[in-house]
Structure formats: C-alpha cells, structure tokens
Ligand binder design. Structure first.
Ligand code: PRX
Length: 631
C-alpha cells in the first residue's frame, strides 16, 4: 500500500506541486502563473492565468499524430445506424457546428442548452460550445417539459439544440413537443432552437424559433473556427443536479482544472492509453457522460463509443458483442445495467470474444455484493467500482490501479483518490470518526481540480449547501453516509438527504413530489426511495387526496394512480415515475409539520422505523402500515 499512500499523501500535503506536474498533460496556450489560489475559501481557483481550451485538448492537439484514428464510434441499436468519425472528421464536424452556432449569435460566455439523444451531434454540440467558449448545459433527454423549463430559466441559454426524437427500447420519444411546451412555460425566451432532424418523428416546433441544422451545416461545410483561449477558471459548463429542494442546482465547472483532472484520471484510475477504445454506457445528460463519454477519452487520445439503446436489445449479448466488434479495452457502466445483464442467458456473454477488455468500471450507485461477485467471476477481469458525484466530476473513491493495484474489497469502492482529503465525520459534532464508525463522507478544502467551482449564478447557495465550518475549517459534505476501515477502504451507506438514486439516476424526492402536487386532486404528497432488486432504489408515492372519496373504489383508485403517474411523465419525465402511488388519509409528520420521510421509507421497506421524533398523529403510521399491507 505504500505507493498509493505516498502518492495520496503528496497530493494532500503539497497540492500545488502535485498538480503542477499533472498540468503538463494538457496544452496551455498561455502558461498559468499560480497553480492554486486558495485565498477565498471555500472557493478555489486552479492554474490561475493559464489559458487553454477543452476542444483544443480533445481534438486539435491530436490531429497531427492521430488524425486518422477513430475518435468517435456511434452505435444505435434503436435505428440500426453506426457512424464512425476519425479525429480529423470529428474536428471537421465540430468546426461546422461551431460555425453554425456562431452564425446564430452564440459567443463566449453565453449558454447553449443541449437537449439531445445519444447521437454524434450531441458530441459535436458539446465540443463546439467548448471551442467557442460558450457554456453548455446538457439536459438529460429523459426529462420532460417542466424540468426543461426550470433549467432554461436558470441557464438563460442563447440557443437550444435539440432533435426531432430520441428512441429507447424500440419506442420513439418525440422531443419537439416537449421543447415547445418547455419554452411556453419558461419565462426566459430563447430566440432560436437548432434542430437536428433524424427523421424519426414529425417536428412540431413553433416556426418562429426553429432553425434546421442540416442546411446550415452545408453552408459552413468548410468552416474553421479558431478556439477561444479561456482563462483556466472561466466556465466550461453547467450541469443541473438534484438536491433536497425542488429547484435543481447548476453545477458549474471550470476549464483548465477539469481538463487536467480528467487527463490524470485516465492514467491513474482508468489506465486508458492513447489509441485504446473506451465504451461508457451512460448518457451525455449525466456527469459520467460528460466526463467519460466525451471529454476524458478524447483528451487522452482514445476512441470513445457512444451508444443509443438498452443493454438488452436486440438481446442481452449486445454490449459484449460491441466489445468484440470494436475491440473495446475499457468499459464503464452502472450497477443497475449489470443487474439487468445478470438476468440474461450467460451463454450470450460467453459467446463474445472479450479478450480486448482490460477492466470494467462501475459508478453511480452502490454496487451490491452479489452483483460484484457475479461480474468478477463471469468476466475474470478487474471490476473497478468508483464513487463520485456530479459535483466532483471525477472519482473521489476508487482503487487507483494506475497508482497501485490494491486488492478490492466487496462492499467498498476502495480508497480515497489522490487530491481528495476525505474524512468521515460525525454529523453532529463534525469530529472525525474512527475506523469502523459511521459518519458523513466529507472532503477538506481545497477541492482538487475539476470539481464544481460554484452553483451557477448563486455563490451563496454553493457555500450554504455544501460547506460548513467544522473544527475551524471549511468542510465539503457529500451528503453520503460512509464508514472507513483500518486499511482506509470506504463503504458508502446511502444519502443523508432526500436524494434518491434510481437506476443510477439522481433525483430529489422533492422534484417528484412537486410533479405530483401539480395534479388538482392532490392535497399532500410524500415520495420516498425504497430498495429495488434491479434499480437499486425506486420512488414510492404516498398521496393524500383533496377528496378522500375520489379513490374509495378500487377502480377509481387505479384510474387516479394512472393519471398521477402520467402527470409525473409529463412534468418531470418517465424516469422519475414512482413505482406505485398509495392513497392515504394522512402522512406522518412532526409537530412542526415536517414530513417523516425516513419513517415512511422504513415502513415501505418492511423495516422498523426506529426512534422517531414526536409525531403529530401516531395514527398516521398505522394508516401507512395497513395501506402497504393491502398492496
Ligand atoms: O450517493 C452517491 C451515489 O450517487 C451520488 C452521486 O450521483 P450523481 O451526482 O448522479 O453522480 C454520479 C457520478 C458517478 C453519490 O452522492 N454514488 C455514486 N457512485 C457510487 C455511489 N454510491 C455508492 N457507490 C458508488 N460507486
């Protein structure tokens, strides 16, 4: 363990020296004058004065040496279309897209909201923004109109880029009616919507702001758009994520620190080398997609595989066949996807030649031991669990095989990653917990490069949400419970707040509650996450109706349940849809009116709710029990 320990120690004791050395991994148009500015805690600035560009580092820099190597391989099992782009071709496409965006008035510092399915144009759009110095905000295609509208109002984009439709599991999902509705709901009026026409669905955007991409692409076919050299601490993107309130937080990221952190992670954590092929089965709307579908593999000179579809169509062997066909070296997905694959015929996996694969990476939610044991055994290659958050942009806890291949321990993603001064602390006192003691996973100041710089447009919210003063120092809370053993391995024991994790998708229960509350029949609602064998957690809703009689008959109940679920689909998106809606006469609350979500979740999982604060009306618990027993 000494190599890892020394490496980690150095990164914490002398962060400026440590990261100065790592910064040579990327191109700096102008060198930085200060590695680390920690003069204004909890804010951090890395590589101050240095000027660089993420798109240059992802593309231009590789043209001379790997122009003819594939940069992007896009596979859609929904449309049956496969498209490949060498670094030179991807460079051309990104320039075209950048020229089109520029012609529509997009300039440095302006926001571009990207609402696209998993198509190459999504990668073009992200990199085109980076090229122009515009700030992209990618919104997951599974989100519906109200979520989209909230993000439009917060980011105030100059342009929205969308497509006619996405597709999943053989179902076409029309995007344009959602965008139209979102724009009607939003207060911020975006002048232009750039539409990528996949010819999957009729587009139904209002003509007043619709701009078709294809003719403009033709017009700017030979365009070259120079990279804007940004100061390292300017913003590269805003990515919204869920918290305890219904209002999503815009996680803001820098340019230089992010590029350096990703480049270093490719060596020390992922062991990805230039020329390798990496398949990250996530979505560009999530942080894993930003970091490990788009930026990190390209910055490090790899070929990245973009996949539209599910892991089980046309059959459960599709991902393993992709590994064989594309000689994939690194694969990255979520425990939920593995639990789905585990249920498939094992012959499908055995039939594929997986000899190219060196390691499988998993993140986004706890990796349960049976799934971990199964995949270790079935694959016979290193399986690397890694724990992090949208806020950090890259792993916080992992076995860093490129530093030292420590033995994995079931139930733990590994040890703290270099750069992160991780401590398990008592939730009340803030004191450090001893080995084996449960506490909150916290990170010391300063956070390493690549982590969020602030909440978009709201420094106060950044400070108030994440940072508190503990033992006289600023401390960042991950809002996860954890426990660290004598060897330094950390296990994650679930969130401390009302955030739930459904199939690796992060949701605030408040967001789902707000969606349900928008239905006229609903008086009160509580949403909790309960354990699920495949998705990790699923949301369950408990609803008090304005008119209790409305759900008296079983028929009325199921009709109303369907109507409420449809409301969530329309408002938030089907990804946030509760597994069930239970109708109850009242909800358990404290005397001061706070919902006892934890008690509700415990009952729903058949656990003892334990010690409870004084309940306003204890009958509420009995009501819940009988409803849950009734099914
Ligand atoms: O609760 C932790 C869980 O997912 C949260 C972060 O989700 P998100 O912002 O979507 O970022 C995902 C980036 C991989 C964390 O606060 N989580 C993430 N990875 C793990 C995990 N829980 C346990 N084990 C993990 N490997």
């Amino acid at each position: 363990m000494t190599r890892y320990r020394d490496f980690h120690r150095r990164s914490i004791d002398a962060p400026a020296e440590f990261w100065r050395a790592e910064a040579t991994r990327i191109h700096w148009e102008t060198p930085f004058h200060t590695v680390l500015d920690a003069s204004r805690p909890p804010f951090t600035r890395w590589f101050v004065g240095g000027r660089t560009n993420l798109c240059h580092n992802a593309l231009d820099r590789h043209l001379a040496t790997r122009g003819q190597q594939d940069a992007l391989v896009s596979v859609s099992t929904e449309t049956g279309i496969e498209r490949r782009f060498t670094y030179a071709e991807l460079y051309d496409e990104v320039n075209r897209m950048a020229a089109v965006m520029r012609s529509l008035g997009v300039a440095r510092g302006e926001r571009v909201l990207i609402y696209l399915p998993m198509i190459p144009e999504a990668v073009f759009a992200v990199l085109a923004c980076a090229r122009l110095g515009a700030i992209h905000s990618v919104v997951f295609g599974g989100f519906a109109a109200a979520s989209l509208a909230a993000r439009i109002d917060d980011a105030k984009p100059a342009l929205i880029v969308t497509a006619d439709a996405g597709a999943r599991g053989g179902k076409v999902i029309d995007y344009t009616p959602l965008v139209d509705e979102a724009l009607a709901r939003a207060e911020h009026k975006t002048a232009r919507v750039l539409l990528i026409d996949r010819q999957l669905a009729p587009e139904r955007l209002s003509a007043s702001y619709l701009v078709a991409y294809e003719p403009l692409r033709e017009q700017y076919f030979n365009a070259h758009v120079p990279c804007e050299w940004l100061e390292s601490n300017e913003s590269s993107y805003v990515l919204y994520t869920s918290g305890t309130t219904g209002r999503p937080k815009g996680v803001q990221r820098d340019v230089g620190g992010y590029a350096v952190a990703l480049a270093a992670s490719m060596e020390y954590i992922f062991e990805g080398r230039a020329g390798d092929t990496m398949f990250t089965a996530s979505d560009i709307g999530w942080v894993v997609g930003h970091s490990y579908i788009i930026y990190a593999p390209l910055i490090a000179g790899l070929t990245t595989v973009l996949y539209e579809g599910t892991p089980v169509r046309p059959d459960g062997g599709i991902w393993w066949r992709l590994v064989e066909q594309h000689k994939i070296n690194l694969m990255f997905t979520s425990p939920t996807a593995l639990r789905v694959l585990k249920k498939q015929d094992p012959a499908l996996m055995k039939a594929a030649d997986l000899s190219s694969l060196r390691a499988l990476f998993l993140a986004g939610e706890p990796l349960d031991e049976p799934t971990a044991a199964w995949i270790q055994d079935a694959l016979g290659k290193p399986v690397v669990d890694n724990y992090w958050q949208t806020e950090t942009g890259w792993p916080i806890i992992a076995i860093q095989r490129g530093v030292e291949a420590l033995p994995p321990k079931l139930g733990s993603p590994g040890v703290p990653v270099y750069g992160y001064n991780l401590a398990i602390r008592d939730a009340g006192s803030g004191e450090r917990c001893g080995p084996g003691e449960k506490g909150v996973v916290t990170l010391g100041y300063p956070l390493p490069p690549g982590c969020m710089t602030t909440v978009w447009g709201d420094d106060k919210r950044f400070v108030d949400t994440y940072w508190s003063e503990m033992a006289g120092e600023p401390v960042y809370s991950t809002f996860d419970w954890g426990i660290q053993d004598d060897d330094g391995y950390v296990s994650i024991l679930g969130r401390t707040d009302d955030v739930i994790n459904v199939a690796s998708h992060r949701f605030g229960t408040r967001e789902i509650e707000e969606a349900l509350s928008s239905h006229a029949a609903v008086a009160e609602v509580a949403v909790v996450g309960v354990a699920d064998a495949v998705k990790g957690q699923v949301p369950l809703a408990f609803v008090v109706l304005r008119d209790a009689q409305a759900a008296a008959a079983p028929d009325d109940r199921s009709k109303l349940e369907a109507a409420l679920l449809a409301t969530v689909d329309r408002y938030l998106g089907a990804v946030g849809r509760p597994a069930r809606v239970h109708f109850v006469a009242m909800l358990p609350k404290t005397r001061s009116g706070k919902l006892l979500r934890r008690a509700i979740a415990a009952l729903a999982e058949g656990r003892d709710p334990g010690d409870l604060p004084t309940i306003e009306d204890p009958a509420a618990l009995q009501i819940l029990r009988s409803v849950l027993e009734g099914g």
